[in-house]
Design a protein around this ligand. Structure first.
Ligand code: FEO
Length: 396
């Protein structure tokens, strides 16, 4: 009786990855409510064998046991490192130590990282460039440079005969659930969250990577996180929207309130935007999941930030959220600030300073001492109407 279920995703192509059901944080920052997977693939040709990517540290022995169940580590000729981040490369030293003949295949930048992170000697590496191929015997691996998807050294690997694209982080999703795309409800929502967290800062290069992927006309996309797409057009369609930064008539509202003044301001603009038919998503930063925020930033056309002044500046939760949102480089175009203070302001100035060097147009700010009076509420309604007008007039 075999210990592990090892799906054969195409003839002589096996999934030997790991599911990390219990992981709850990535990069010490991003919540993973559904865990994640580290997908590695074992490809047997008539003459040679390759392992495509490895798994996160801690899962080395599981990877070894899975390979031994369908073959042996000694028969691996090539270990393809699509990406050097340790969730995929972390078990490379373990596997290469077990079989001294294995050659690591990666890009030039990948080779430098393999030395830096894992002390892999030069003589055990093969450097590949765009469209180089490796013949395994009836299985040809083609390498496609994909810089910054997710790190500068990243590449895709395409198995020509089977038309399987191993895209590493690109097209990934942080979930341990399901194996194929059609088995996971709302996979595109999960993939969108992942895109917002990981790929959105590099969406310009993502556009190029997407074109390369579409031109290969794959039957299957096998990323290194989450389900395998046996319907590639699903994720191609979504990435076409996301990498091109196409936004909707939609506003994301991030706010925090200490004594309800800021909350009342936010509620007022919510009513105005709703009455104008603008789609909204609203996050109280005291209990918001930043992964959800990243997901909604992918296609929001505007952001409203509500923050009181605390100790002369923005509330720290708002400061963190705005800095994070800015770092993710979402395609939003308009911003509005709502703020209240008790005796001296400062939050709005700080927010405007943070947003100064972005493409964002700051449509306006309402900064109120104490609770809003009727005139303040009217100012917020007018600002909401102005924001709605700009959003609707914006032609993508
Ligand atoms: Fe899944 Fe960039 O590593």
């Amino acid at each position: 009786m075999n210990k592990y279920a090892i799906p054969e995703i195409s003839e002589n192509v096996f999934w030997v990855g790991s599911k990390d059901w219990n992981r709850r944080l990535f990069d010490a920052l991003i919540p993973l409510p559904q865990g994640t997977s580290y997908n590695a693939y074992f490809v047997k040709g008539d003459k040679k064998t390759a392992l495509i990517d490895s798994v996160n540290p801690g899962f080395e022995k599981e990877l070894e046991a899975k390979i031994e169940q369908i073959g042996s580590v000694e028969e691996i000729d090539y270990l393809i490192m699509n990406h050097a981040e340790p969730d995929h490369s972390g078990s490379i030293p373990y596997i290469m130590n077990l079989a001294p003949e294995i050659v690591l295949v990666t890009t030039e930048k990948g080779a430098k990282m393999a030395t830096m992170y894992h002390n892999i000697p030069e003589e055990r590496m093969m450097i590949v460039k765009q469209d180089d191929t490796l013949d395994l015997g009836g299985k040809t691996l083609r390498f496609i440079e994909a810089p910054w998807l997710h790190w500068p050294e990243t590449m895709f690997t395409f198995l020509e005969e089977d038309r399987v694209l191993f895209s590493c982080d690109f097209f990934g999703a942080h979930t341990a659930f399901g194996f194929y795309d059609d088995e996971v409800e709302d996979l595109i929502g999960i993939a969108k969250r992942y895109f917002g967290e990981i790929m959105m800062p590099f969406k310009g290069l993502g556009k190029k990577g997407l074109k390369k992927a579409i031109d290969l006309d794959p039957l299957m996309i096998a990323p290194s996180h989450g389900p395998i797409y046996r319907n590639p057009e699903r994720i191609f369609e979504a990435y076409m929207t996301w990498t091109h930064g196409r936004t909707k008539e939609k506003v994301i509202i991030l706010y925090v309130s200490m004594w309800n003044s800021t909350e009342n301001m936010v509620q007022t603009i919510v009513e105005t935007l709703t009455s104008e038919g603008i789609e909204l998503c609203l996050y109280n930063l005291t209990n918001a999941d930043i992964g959800d925020i990243a997901r909604e930033l992918v296609d929001s056309r505007a952001i409203v930030v509500g923050t009181p002044t605390l100790l002369g500046g923005m509330h720290p939760l708002a400061l963190h959220a705005v800095n994070l949102a800015k770092s993710l480089r979402p395609p939003f175009k308009y911003a509005v600030a709502l703020s209240s203070y008790g005796w001296g302001g400062g939050a709005v100035n700080q927010l405007q300073g943070i947003l100064k060097n972005t493409q964002l147009e700051i449509v306006g700010a309402v900064d109120v001492k104490g609770p809003c009076n009727e005139e303040d509420f009217e100012n917020i309604r007018e600002l909401g109407m102005e924001l709605a007008r700009k959003i609707k007039e914006d032609k993508e």
